[in-house]
Write a new protein. Structure first.
Length: 378
């Protein structure tokens, strides 16, 4: 029944300073939260009318806590920030970290785990995945020395939708339709191999930087093109023969026959798809859903220690919590040995002063002086 529908949660996204990444995150949250029965507005000061005030920057001190409060926690990179954060979490309902690494670091610093959770940021989803660019600089010969039949058989065996071929050299006209039928896209430059070899080399060098991989199928002592590809830092998919074997580290993916070449292309395609899939669920809608889950849990009395478990399946992490903790320890060691920065000292004093007195330090001259000193000694 319509009367059984829960009233929407009212959330104030507290953000004083506009024009940087936190504004984008707040804007995306405000756009997506209504889908999860949350009414959100962005304001410079917390609202007593809101069910939850969510502070987009955890050390934004102006306004004080009213109603329920959650803090968005990014990097806590200095002792003063850590101190103020701990004090604020004594009153706030929950700190929402951007990463498991930050969460574990805060726990190791003494903040109760039950007061923390983490939500990974999202992306806009408007990036078109890049195809894997395969470069070929061979000339098809009547005797089949370049073994183009291996490429043909591969195209007739597996899909090549994730690949784009740049082919520089003559006589590929009959093979290009076969590649396209397998889903590949092709740029074909026959070049001027016979008429002007210097001009032909310019064609190759102009496009070499576009290659993700250099492909050579021949079994005829070696490809001169592999030398240019390696000089450009391009990994290779080539036959293990001839002088290829004498170049230390020159063969990235060796193959001898069709099955081995198919296996290489499948592996490259899978790695690319895995990268795409790794962020496929990191949408702003999911980001908003997880925040709504946190706020609902707080408002309806969910035990704090259960909130992080509701958000994440710990078995899905490819990097263990133990490894995360070790990274944090290494980071602390490096921070202890880094050079003192006058601007950071200024910021820390200003933050602590505002936290304990409620007043801001107006010291533009000193800050600019500190910047000049830091630049001089860096």
């Amino acid at each position: 029944m319509e009367s059984d529908k829960k009233a929407p949660i009212k959330v104030c996204l507290v953000l004083k300073y506009r024009g940087w990444i936190l504004e984008k995150m707040a804007t995306r949250l405000a756009e997506q939260l209504p889908k999860w029965n949350v009414e959100a507005e962005i304001a410079e000061m917390p609202s007593p009318a809101a069910d939850v005030n969510h502070w987009m920057y955890y050390n934004d001190l102006e306004g004080g806590f009213v109603s329920r409060n959650t803090l968005s926690i990014t990097h806590v990179d200095r002792a003063a920030k850590m101190h103020v954060l701990k004090q604020r979490l004594l009153k706030a309902d929950m700190g929402i970290c951007m990463s498991r690494m930050t969460l574990e670091r805060l726990v190791s610093s003494g903040i109760p785990r039950r007061q923390l959770c983490y939500i990974i940021p999202a992306h806009d989803g408007n990036v078109k995945p890049k195809k894997i660019v395969i470069g070929i600089t061979s000339t098809i010969r009547p005797d089949g020395a370049k073994r183009e039949d291996v490429l043909i058989q591969m195209a007739q065996t597996i899909r090549l939708d994730m690949f784009h071929f740049i082919i520089i050299g003559p006589n590929w006209e009959k093979i290009i339709p076969i590649l396209k039928a397998a889903g590949a896209t092709v740029d074909y430059i026959p070049g001027a191999f016979e008429k002007d070899n210097a001009e032909h080399m310019r064609f190759i060098l102009d496009r070499l930087s576009c290659f993700d991989y250099y492909l050579y199928m021949g079994w005829d002592e070696g490809s001169m093109g592999i030398l240019d590809a390696l000089a450009a830092g391009i990994p290779t998919i080539v036959t293990p023969q001839g002088f290829h074997l004498d170049i230390n580290g020159g063969i990235t993916h060796p193959f001898s026959d069709v099955s081995e070449l198919c296996a290489i292309f499948k592996k490259l395609a899978k790695e690319r798809q895995d990268r795409i899939d790794s962020v496929s669920n990191l949408t702003w809608n999911e980001y908003a859903r997880q925040h709504a889950l946190v706020w609902n849990s707080i408002i309806h009395g969910e035990p704090q220690g259960n909130i992080d478990a509701l958000l994440h399946d710990k078995d899905l992490h490819s990097i263990s919590t133990r490894k995360i903790c070790q990274i944090n320890q290494d980071r602390i060691y490096r921070r202890k040995h880094r050079r003192v920065n006058l601007c950071s000292i200024h910021d820390d004093i200003a933050l602590l002063w505002e936290h304990y007195t409620g007043a801001k330090i107006q010291s533009t001259f000193f800050y600019r002086f500190a910047q000049a000193i830091d630049r001089f000694f860096s």
